[in-house]
Design a protein around this ligand. Structure first.
Ligand code: 13P
Length: 226
């Protein structure tokens, strides 16, 4: 008996999505951006979201351990319960149309989240995140209050810090969300190092606009023949 082709195809796509989430977790752990059970990752395909299980050690996460939920949060596959930050992930999907969400306790981001209310725009790479990075108010992990504060902090941004907790980023897909995580941690380290030497200079609106113009005019980042 042959499997119904569209059903088999959807099952394969879901298997790929779960593998992508597990691989992303292992990579984040290898890069020192998450440790032990801290942090969580989700990736969406249409109305289905593959999401890390709660309490899992991310450096050794396997695809079959990844949970699958729908946009309302109802579990549709997987034996393990989804992350305690499910409401946060679903909120980012609903508010911003995210294709993937990454929450870490990355060390520089977390350190700054304990001190600052906002990471100032000290480098143009931060424009990839939408500008200065806001710090969402502290609330207990897994609560609606934490999710609400993070969603507000993410307005017009792809990254935010979570006070005394960590960082959250999103993208249209997992590669985008991971890239935002990487840039965020790099920017937090740059800010931290600069602040050791004095008061970091902040990019003003004119510098920001000139950067955006140069980026567009040059088509920077597009590979083209000479
Ligand atoms: P989970 O193990 O439930 O994903 O929680 C980890 C975490 O980082 C909570 O913010």
């Amino acid at each position: 008996m042959f499997l119904d082709a569209p059903v088999a195809c959807a099952a394969m796509q879901l298997a790929d999505l779960r593998e992508d989430v597990a691989a992303a977790c292992r990579r984040l752990a290898a890069d020192g951006l998450v440790h032990a059970t801290a942090g969580n990752v989700s990736a969406r395909d249409g109305d289905l979201i593959a999401i890390t299980p709660t309490g899992a050690r991310l450096e050794e996460l396997r695809a079959e351990e990844v949970a699958v939920v729908d946009r309302s949060g109802a579990q549709v596959d997987g034996a393990l319960a989804p992350t305690s930050e499910l409401e946060l992930h679903l909120g980012v999907v609903e508010r911003f149309g995210a294709g993937a969400v990454v929450h870490t306790h990355a060390p520089f981001a977390t350190a700054l989240s304990c001190v600052l209310d906002e990471v100032p725009l000290v480098h143009y790479e931060m424009l990839m995140l939408g500008g200065p990075v806001r710090v969402a108010p502290y609330a207990t992990f897994g609560t609606p209050e934490l999710a609400a504060g993070c969603l507000d902090a993410l307005d017009g941004r792809t990254a935010a810090l979570m006070a005394n907790h960590g960082a959250i980023t999103w993208g249209s897909d997992l590669a985008g969300a991971l890239a935002a995580t990487e840039v965020l941690e790099w920017a937090c380290e740059v800010y931290w190092r600069a602040a050791q030497l004095g008061t970091p200079r902040v990019m003003d609106d004119a510098a920001r606009e000139e950067f955006m113009t140069a980026l567009t005019q040059r088509g920077y980042g597009r590979k083209e023949a000479r």
